[in-house]
Write a protein that binds this ligand. Structure first.
Ligand code: PBG
Length: 324
């Protein structure tokens, strides 16, 4: 059977009809807002390559987190920009660091908001790599213990989930063990399981002041052409105890979001990264595309590909629009 009996346009004729047969629905529940926390008080330092995003001091970050929750966003993910960097990134496990203080304050003021923390050393090391160095190489096994310390410090401050983004082998297991040993078995792990060495992180590195001082991240982040390897990374992280697995970036890797969701019956997150935000904002600010429509089309595509959760800098705005 085909045309003229079949006419798919019949169900597209009016908005009410379209509403009835719409297959994918984005809701605020799907969204996670990233926040960059910096030293100081009442600081809002705009990030040039991410219009609308700023580095925020603890008080401001807590405020933005409260506003996100008010708009219906269930979770934030925190990134820290420390006062001081060193070779090992030791500010990362300072119990009174920016991230740790933000967690405590959010838990006081907006206790129901889920607080996730990014666990990685790149913002904290003076060389900007995600782990400690032996010579010019990022030393996998020596980094594990430091990541575990950082995760533990976040969890003790009250984080609900920790999210390792460093791409060291074995870090999910090392963090799970450290948390459990400390009586923090309730704290969940969202693993950046398939994280690619991507050009789309450019604006983030300005926001988080985390660009590597030499070389690049290709010896630990994944090679963009590899999809089967992404499946193996996800399987390993789940075996080590990950509760949620993430694909990152989202748009250029939607095939992998789909494959992971089909293959593993666990919650899947996708990170709509800084470069994806910047591209869309830049075009919208030039009047080259309709921002609101483009944002919803983009976020819906990530959900349609199979993501249960989407980390996006558009979270609060999108949630407000969804609420009407
Ligand atoms: C830290 C980290 C990065 C991002 C999240 N965690 C940057 C990187 O790996 O260089 C990127 C997020 C974004 O681009 O929005 N390792």
């Amino acid at each position: 059977m085909g045309f003229p009996v079949n006419r798919p346009r019949r169900l597209r004729r009016t908005e009410t009809l379209r509403r009835m047969v719409r297959e994918t629905r984005l809701t605020p529940d799907d969204l996670i807002l990233p926040l960059f926390v910096c030293p100081g008080r009442e600081v809002r330092r705009a990030v040039a390559s991410m219009p609308g995003v700023a580095q925020l001091s603890v008080d401001q970050a807590v405020r933005e987190a409260g506003q996100a929750f008010g708009a219906g966003v269930p979770a934030v993910i925190l990134f820290g920009i420390p006062q001081r960097k060193d070779a090992r990134g030791s500010e990362a496990w300072n119990d009174s660091g920016e991230v740790q203080r933000t967690i405590r304050e959010i838990k006081e003021k907006t206790p129901e908001l889920v607080v996730i923390t990014d666990v990685c050393l790149c913002e904290y090391t003076d060389h900007g790599h995600c782990g400690v160095l032996t010579g010019q190489e990022v030393d996998n096994d020596a980094t594990l213990e430091l990541l575990a310390r950082q995760a533990l410090s976040h969890a003790r401050a009250g984080a609900d989930l920790v999210a390792p983004s460093d791409m060291m082998d074995g870090r999910v297991g090392a963090i799970r063990e450290a948390l459990d040993r400390d009586g923090l078995s309730r704290v969940a792990i969202m693993a950046y399981a398939a994280k690619f060495a991507s050009a789309f992180y450019g604006p983030f590195r300005e926001a988080a002041e985390s660009a590597p001082r030499f070389g690049d991240r290709r010896s630990y982040q994944m090679d963009p052409p590899n999809g089967n390897e992404a499946m193996r990374e996800v399987a390993l992280d789940l075996a080590e105890g990950a509760d949620i697995v993430m694909i990152k970036p989202a748009l250029a890797y939607l095939d992998l979001v789909w494959r992971v969701k089909q293959r593993f019956d666990c919650p899947v997150a996708a990170y709509n990264v800084s470069g994806e935000y910047a591209m869309l904002k830049a075009a919208a600010l030039n009047g080259w595309l309709d921002e609101e429509r483009a944002v919803f089309e983009m976020l819906t595509s990530i959900k349609r590909a199979g993501a249960d959760l989407i980390l996006t800098y558009f979270a609060t705005e999108a949630a407000r629009k969804l609420a009407g």
